[in-house]
Design a protein around this ligand. Structure first.
Ligand code: 0L1
Ligand code: MG
Length: 261
């Protein structure tokens, strides 16, 4: 794929994000042959454009981390993208639903590493030993594609639907918890909409961070100390509507909440 095509596809998803409007997936007509490798080139260009516009990367995020989603999309690897500074929502604050296209929320376990992790060969144990804190988080996903209808390369090019992140302030050392059996409920206006346990994320959320380190190695990058990392959705994502109070509660890891106006 030549540089002009990469730019054209990155502009396509970036403009949709800026203008908060749905687009037809890239692989429908624009570039049906888009491969996974090429889609990461489009994502890199999208990220370059965002940095050029003055936004800053806050940390990486993992996506398609549940067996069910991986099977559904017929893939062996999860995917990654990035949370930017303009996506961060303070715990307890409000967002305007009209600032998004068709937002959904999913509860996640966040990690902060005390030292960089560089693949290959990073294991779940390596991640746990390098982790300074884990914390509760909610990711807001807002695919730029019509009806969240996409193939894997489409969603990678779209920065894995990243649109918002609420980082909870309840910090715990990883050895204080068994992260795979931490239970999570996601409630909207006090009613539980979905629930799950940490093991829904690749059997263990730390395994997801290990996979991230090993995938980033392929492009000469590493997972950096100090950055909040979203390890992947623990439950199915739930659609947001104006007036929603969103709350994720974790066994032993506190809770995190925000409002949608
Ligand atoms: O964070 C995620 O798992 C979302 C990845 C993209 C899939 C989606 O938008 O549902
Ligand atoms: Mg997610």
């Amino acid at each position: 794929m030549d540089k002009n095509k990469i730019k054209e596809l990155a502009n396509y998803v970036h403009n949709a994000e800026k203008e908060k409007r749905e687009i037809i997936k890239i692989t429908s007509e624009l570039y049906p042959e888009l491969s996974i490798e090429e889609s990461y080139l489009v994502q890199e260009e999208l990220i370059r454009q965002k940095l050029e516009a003055g936004h800053k990367i806050i940390g990486p995020k993992m996506g398609i981390t549940s067996e069910a989603k991986m099977k559904q999309m017929d893939v062996d690897d999860p995917i990654y993208g990035y949370v930017f500074d303009n996506m961060v929502v303070e715990e307890g604050d409000s967002i305007a639903i009209s600032d998004y296209i068709h937002p959904k929320v999913e509860p996640e376990i966040g990690f902060i590493l005390g030292r960089d992790l560089e693949g290959p060969g990073i294991t779940t144990l390596d991640v746990l030993r390098a982790t300074e804190y884990v914390f509760p988080a909610i990711e807001i996903i807002d695919s730029r594609y019509e009806n969240f209808n996409f193939t894997l390369p489409d969603v990678i090019a779209d920065n894995t639907s990243a649109a918002g992140a609420v980082f909870g302030t309840y910090l715990r050392k990883p050895e204080e918890l068994e992260l795979d059996v931490v239970g999570v409920t996601l409630s909207i206006n006090g009613e539980i909409q979905s629930l799950g346990a940490g093991a829904a994320v690749l059997e263990h959320p730390a395994k997801s961070v290990a996979r991230l380190a090993n995938m980033l190695h392929k492009k000469g990058e590493k997972v950096k100390a100090g950055q909040p990392i979203l390890s992947g959705g623990i439950t199915a994502a739930v659609r947001l509507s104006p007036g929603d109070f969103v709350q994720a509660k974790y066994g032993g890891l506190g809770e995190v909440s925000f409002f949608g106006k």
